[in-house]
Design a protein around this ligand. Structure first.
Ligand code: SAM
Ligand code: SF4
Length: 335
């Protein structure tokens, strides 16, 4: 089969599947309480793709070249019986299966996820300082419970465990060094992420972004770092290793160094909309095809057709004009 590429020559390699738009946190940069309050119209259950529908889509995407699937949300661990879905997806041949979580329920669920066939895991944790962490998740959730989840994930053999840190100027930037110190030599890989202008509810300003170069310089001043080669085309993190061999870190410079040219990611929302860019305003309704009478071949052709005409490169075009365009929320599309 000829490899499916989009208009800019980018293959389809990664699929992110959101399994819920709900979350038990209200991170200030993602689901601010003023917007995601009691009356927020979350998706009704019947709108969500079923596990069977997700599995069918995953197999179709794998047939088109997808090699890596990441389960996300909202908070994926809120989806009931998620380990059953993990088991179904782990059976799709040739696919590396991972999941991003806020870690709140991880201590309870990590072993079952591993047993079901999950390969790796990413935990989002913005600060080790309890007060800062509670303020950022905005539901007063204590940091020790996320750390306990990370420990259980490590013990269960989910390897490597990565920790995502969204850095916001004057909010948690003073926690960068403590994070680096705490996780060096533990096998946990830190990933610092520039705060992005996703959605339209988080009141993003460029001043809030701590550039990746600044983060690397800050850590390197205390613990010398050496750059690592990218492992594959489209790797989003710039990776660095500690010169003394105590592990690696990564920075995701989505704002200061956008990587659209190598973007191989497709995103499926919990209600079955395919988004070809994190910043795409409109999704393609795959659920209608799955719930209609499309055959597997027709479904595959439809997805290939959407990918073939993809030309999104929002982050590279980010300008004053694009700043005001409507965008999807991160909690809906899953990062
Ligand atoms: C939307 S969350 C969904 C998965 C899960 N709830 C979690 O927090 O890991 C996926 C990732 O997006 C990140 N994220 C959310 N809003 C962001 C923003 N405005 N800029 C950068 N990263 C963001 C989160 O920190 C998290 O690592
Ligand atoms: S970043 Fe994750 S944990 Fe935080 S509000 Fe968004 S979806 Fe929830």
């Amino acid at each position: 089969m000829e490899r499916l590429v989009d208009r800019l020559g980018r293959p389809i390699r990664d699929l992110r599947i959101s399994v819920t738009d709900r979350c038990n946190f209200r991170c200030v940069y993602c689901m601010p309480k003023e917007v995601f309050g009691r009356d927020y119209p979350f998706l009704p259950r019947a709108e969500l793709l079923t596990f069977e529908e997700i599995e069918r889509l995953a197999r179709t995407f794998a047939g088109l070249g997808v090699e890596k699937i990441r389960i996300t949300g909202g908070e994926a661990l809120l989806r009931r019986d998620l380990d059953t879905l993990i088991g179904m997806l782990a059976a799709v041949p040739g696919v590396d299966l991972t999941l991003t979580t806020n870690g709140a329920l991880l201590a309870r669920k990590a072993q079952a996820l591993k047993d079901a066939g999950l390969d790796r895991i990413t935990v989002s944790l913005d600060s080790l300082d309890d007060e800062t962490f509670r303020a950022m998740n905005d539901v007063d959730f204590p940091v020790e419970r996320v750390l306990a989840g990370i420990d259980v994930a490590l013990a269960a053999g989910l390897d490597p465990v990565k920790v995502n840190v969204v850095v916001k100027r004057d909010v948690n930037e003073d926690g960068i060094l403590p994070m680096a110190r705490a996780f060096r030599g533990t096998g946990v890989v830190l990933r610092f992420i520039e705060y992005m202008d996703v959605g339209h509810t988080n009141g993003w300003r460029l001043d809030d972004v701590v550039p990746a170069d600044e983060i690397v310089a800050m850590i390197a001043a205390e613990h010398p770092l050496e750059p690592l080669e990218a492992q594959y085309r489209g790797e989003v993190a710039n990776r660095w290793r500690y010169a003394d061999g105590s592990g690696e870190i990564g920075v995701i410079a989505s704002v200061t160094r956008p990587f659209c040219g190598d973007c191989t990611r497709a995103r499926l929302s919990a209600d079955g909309k395919l988004h070809t860019c994190l910043f795409a305003t409109r999704g393609h309704d795959l659920r209608a095809l799955v719930r209609g009478d499309a055959s597997d071949a027709e479904l595959s052709e439809a997805i290939a057709g959407i990918w073939a005409v993809r030309d999104d490169r929002y982050s590279e075009l980010r300008t004053a004009e694009t700043a005001d365009l409507p965008k999807v929320e991160m909690s809906y599309i899953g990062g």
